[in-house]
Design a protein around this ligand. Sequence first.
Ligand code: AMP
Ligand code: GLY
Length: 417
Amino acid sequence: MKVLVVGSGGREHALCHAIARSPLLDKLFILPGNAGTAALGTNVPGDPKDVAAVLDFARREAIDITIVGPEDPLAAGIADAFEAAGLRIFGPTRAAARLESDKAFAKQLMRQYAVPTADARQFTDFALARQYIATRDEPVVVKATGLAKGKGVIVCDDPADAILAAEDMLVKRVFGEAGSEILVEERLLGREASLLAIVDGHTALLLEAAQDYKRLRDGDQGPNTGGMGSLCPSPLVDSGTLRVIQQQILVPTLDALVREEIHYRGVLYLGLMFTTAGPKVLEFNCRFGDPETQAILLRLRSDLLEILDAATTGRLDQVSVSWDPRPSLCVVLASAGYPEAVQTGAVISGLPAPGEDLVVFHAGTKRVGDQVVTNGGRVLGVTALGATVEAARQRAYAAVEQIHFDGQQYRTDLGLR
Ligand code: AMP
Ligand code: GLY
């Protein structure tokens, strides 16, 4: 099979790493890819959001299956365009991707189908939002309903903060159109996990749950980031909890999609919080999580390409999935200034050769001459398997200590506790 992976992050390198092992693979292209994916296939310059150009490339190269990493092309309708052209693609249509790209839509769907989630009210008018926030005693979360590059969620300690956040979004338009509508949401308390399912419209294949370390600094301090690392499996999701999630969240969500006549094909990502009242949905994403995917896929023993092939042809009920029993840990190395003011162009040294139990997934990297340099906020995801979480942790951090680039930032506490 000729395969095209769309995207350029650690998630896409991890997808390519898994796909490259498949006996079904003939040729792998990545658009645009990074220095890591270049070692596994052919990087193709281009912008994933330029749907017409991606489609044109896939047609020209007679790609058998296209796998979409990031949310933007999905929200822009890349799956619709491929389907209309008769090309196979793994990723939901624009209407289905609204589960991620329109938080008000997702919230309404959850409300209508009794999927546990935080209570929320929707506003486009700042005066009304301010009035509502001022009458609330409990802390709230203010969310831009559109796609805001992962920055559109403000967890507020008091009403004054929440009013400022609402003003930033509705009046100052700091997130542009994405914040022209907001949700003011009850703030939930608890620990979090990410649960991803591969869905073909009929069948859902659950992947092992993972934990995403969202805060920049040790001890879950500092600003929210795209994710500073991940652990798989999540210590919070045992088989009993998984059954509850399936019964109370996954099944009703898939049922809601069917009833709303939304054919969902792709990854359904549940961002969950475990509250004293049970698991609740914080958010849906319509794609593989980053950096969860790096830790999850290092444990996957099955053929990912076979699974994705089955998902795009409605045969997911015919495949099964098996896992390395060992846990895996991904430690993200980020650039100086991340997440606010990212500096790039630093030379990376000390990269280890990939092994069975340790892979350094590239994210924001590119090759310049015979050097690899930083090219984004999150640069590398050092991902290791170990007999225990502690063993995975030691293996990952031993590699981290060998790697250097100027200004590198990483957390030192991942996998502890
Ligand atoms: P999101 O961008 O939707 O993933 O949200 C980012 C983070 O904000 C989540 O991982 C949570 O830590 C936090 N968050 C979102 N919604 C809530 C909520 N209702 N209560 C508490 N924290 C939340
Ligand atoms: N790690 C969170 C996300 O992919 O959205």
